[in-house]
Design a protein around this ligand. Structure first.
Ligand code: SAM
Ligand code: DTB
Ligand code: SF4
Length: 326
């Protein structure tokens, strides 16, 4: 039986990262199939419901007002338009609909508007996820009451490297939001980005912070930096794909019952790298042509990949598998 640990130290995590590749894959895949159906992948679709003009200075992000990436600032989408997109995503096979907003933190009026949207998406029979920036306790409760299943808020990287990437809010701000989401009773979706020029120590420390939380996040997105022209991180040296796959495997080993999402960056990856990520224990993806503002593989390309690998879309009833026993 898998035991869940919350007391990892950096050296043992680094030892996992540096195992012989075959040993690491074998260990991660063994843990994966003890806890999840071996060939099922949960599918989420993303929609940017409020794009661009963001007050934060996240160095990777095309939506920051400090970037020059050609992303136009827009207002919050109308409820009807969001519901039409959610219906399309459902028809295409997505079990969860994730809504992103380029806010530093939502205003209370924004929470009211988004709550109405969430109720509408729930009524379509989908799981809901939102990522709206920092939340206080009251806002988190309101979202929970409206039926929000997951809140995505990433730590992005290690505490040590964080200052190189974002200066407009602190690591502690992020941890406080995550605690508010947890206390409100929502599922936590929290991960980070690799390939930003961080060291392996930083990747290990990010996973350590995630796994040593009182409860593992139910969903752990591992994003590969999408290098967007006009952002501060454009032109960074690319991460070796094997190091990316190792990061997925170590996340799977440390958080055995969490969904590990092979998140942004798939458009830039070949099929073989993606297949190794699934072997390493990734069991969730974003599906559909677009992430928030950047490209994701076309749906028919993903269908063909699933077919080649014998993978199936996980049905919504299985999603409780991600829950950690209290
Ligand atoms: N504004 C909210 C916030 O940052 O909390 C929510 C939306 S924000 C775009 C959600 C996440 O997308 C970020 O935390 C980051 O991890 C990821 N992200 C943004 N731009 C990215 C990029 N170029 N490559 C990979 N991941 C990215
Ligand atoms: C997450 O960890 N990755 C998603 C989602 N959460 C919101 C966002 C990826 C964004 C990639 C850049 C873009 O498309 O703007
Ligand atoms: Fe704003 Fe989120 Fe982009 Fe940071 S990641 S600039 S908070 S939209």
């Amino acid at each position: 039986m898998t035991t869940l640990r919350h007391n990892w130290d950096r050296n043992e995590i680094l030892a996992l990262f540096n195992m012989p590749f075959n040993d690491l894959m074998f260990r991660a895949q063994s843990i994966h199939r003890e806890n999840f159906p071996a060939n099922e992948v949960q599918i989420s679709t993303l929609l940017s419901i409020k794009t661009g003009g963001c007050a934060e200075d996240c160095a990777y992000c095309p939506q920051s007002a400090s970037a020059d990436a050609g992303v136009k600032a827009e207002k919050l989408m109308k409820k009807e338009a969001v519901l039409a997109e959610a219906q399309k995503a459902k028809d295409a096979g997505a079990s969860r609909f994730c809504m992103g907003a380029a806010w530093r933190s939502p205003k209370d009026r924004d929470i009211d508007n988004v709550s109405e949207i969430i109720k509408g998406v729930k009524a379509l029979g989908m799981e809901t996820c939102a990522t709206l920036g920092m939340l206080n306790a009251e806002q988190a409760h309101k979202l929970k009451e409206s039926g929000l299943d997951y809140y995505n808020h990433n730590l992005d990287t290690s505490e040590n490297f964080y200052g190189e990437i974002i200066t407009t809010r602190t690591y502690q701000d992020r941890l406080d939001t995550l605690a508010n989401v947890r206390d409100a009773g929502m599922n936590v979706c929290c991960g980070g980005i690799v390939g930003m020029g961080e060291a392996q120590d930083d990747r290990a420390d990010l996973l350590k912070t995630l796994a040593n939380m009182p409860k593992h996040p139910e969903s752990v997105p591992i994003n590969l930096l999408v290098q967007v022209k006009g952002t501060k991180l454009a032109g960074r040296e690319e991460l070796d794909p094997f190091e990316f796959i190792r990061t997925i495997a170590v996340a799977r080993i440390m958080m055995p019952k969490s969904f590990v999402r092979l998140s942004a960056g798939r458009e830039e990856m070949n099929e073989q790298t993606q297949a190794l990520c699934f072997l390493a224990g990734a069991n969730s993806i974003f599906y559909g042509e677009k992430l928030l503002t950047t490209a994701n593989p076309a749906a028919d390309k993903d269908k063909a990949l699933f077919q080649k690998l014998g993978l199936e879309a996980m049905q919504i009833e299985c999603s409780h598998l991600g829950a950690e026993a209290a």
